[in-house]
Design a protein. Structure first.
Length: 266
């Protein structure tokens, strides 16, 4: 099989535990791009602003699947696909979270902005991966007019976010809910996931999905791992995530991506 597109999650996959691209990963990606014409996409729960610094570090144009595939950007940074939540729907979600699980904090991602109710420790932690400062205050007051709402996350404990997902799902049938981390619940428009984003990207590029390799480590990667021509779960992924993949690589701290790509292409 001749693979033409590599799609990778970022945190826990493309980046090591220090939130850096390892020299081995950077080297093989650059060789594949410049020597073999392989194209790359970064698919993350992060918004585009949080993905951009990682993409820029590669030194060649890449596709971006932002907010779990809610918006897809081509190699020139042009949006080619977007599926959003309405403002009314998002406000209803936030209200339901307050009613069901008041201990869970919500953050909304709209365009390149992210909006929090208050500057909490959780929000300060998110600042480490987001190069733009959050907008803080009531959503309908601080969010730019007509900004596309790509997702809402709820951050709490493993137990609280799991219970919250189970309560929200039947109340909001036009949304999908899943975990990006054990303690983070994600709410997106129905049908939004990394696999559907990858399908959009393949159609845009004229690449068959069988010609793709996908790397991931978390629950929001499972659809993509199943959908790709070759789904590769990281060694640090949970066992049930690994079961969704055709292959398991070494961990993100042991150059799992670099090792796998070198084996496949060289």
């Amino acid at each position: 099989m001749s693979f033409k597109l590599v799609v990778s999650d970022i945190d826990g996959t493309f980046l090591n535990s220090e939130k850096k691209i390892s020299p081995a990963t950077l080297d093989v990606c650059r060789r594949l791009h410049f020597e073999k014409g392989v194209r790359f996409a970064l698919a993350s729960g992060r918004g585009r602003a949080g993905i951009r610094p990682v993409a820029d570090a590669l030194g060649f144009p890449v596709f971006i699947l932002a907010c779990n595939g809610a918006e897809v950007f081509d190699e020139n940074g042009v949006s080619v696909y977007r599926r959003t939540l309405s403002l009314a729907e998002t406000l209803a979600l936030k209200s339901a979270v307050r009613d069901f699980s008041p201990d869970v904090e919500t953050i909304v991602y709209a365009g390149d902005d992210w909006i929090a109710d208050a500057m909490t420790d959780i929000v300060r932690g998110e600042c480490y991966v987001m190069p733009v400062a959050p907008l803080v205050g009531e959503l309908e007051t601080v969010m730019p007019e007509n900004a596309p709402i790509l997702k809402m996350i709820g951050v709490g404990t493993v137990e609280s976010t799991t219970a919250l997902m189970n309560r929200l799902a039947p109340v909001f049938p036009r949304c999908d809910f899943y975990k990006s981390q054990h303690y983070i619940m994600e709410a997106v428009a129905k049908g939004v996931n990394k696999a559907s984003g990858m399908d959009v990207l393949c159609a845009h590029c004229g690449i068959d999905v069988s010609e793709t390799i996908a790397f991931g480590d978390s629950y929001n990667d499972t659809e993509m791992l199943r959908r790709a021509g070759l789904g590769v779960a990281m060694g640090n992924a949970a066992p049930d995530v690994q079961e969704c993949a055709k292959r398991v690589a070494a961990t993100n701290d042991d150059d799992g991506i670099a090792e796998t790509l070198n084996e496949i292409f060289y």
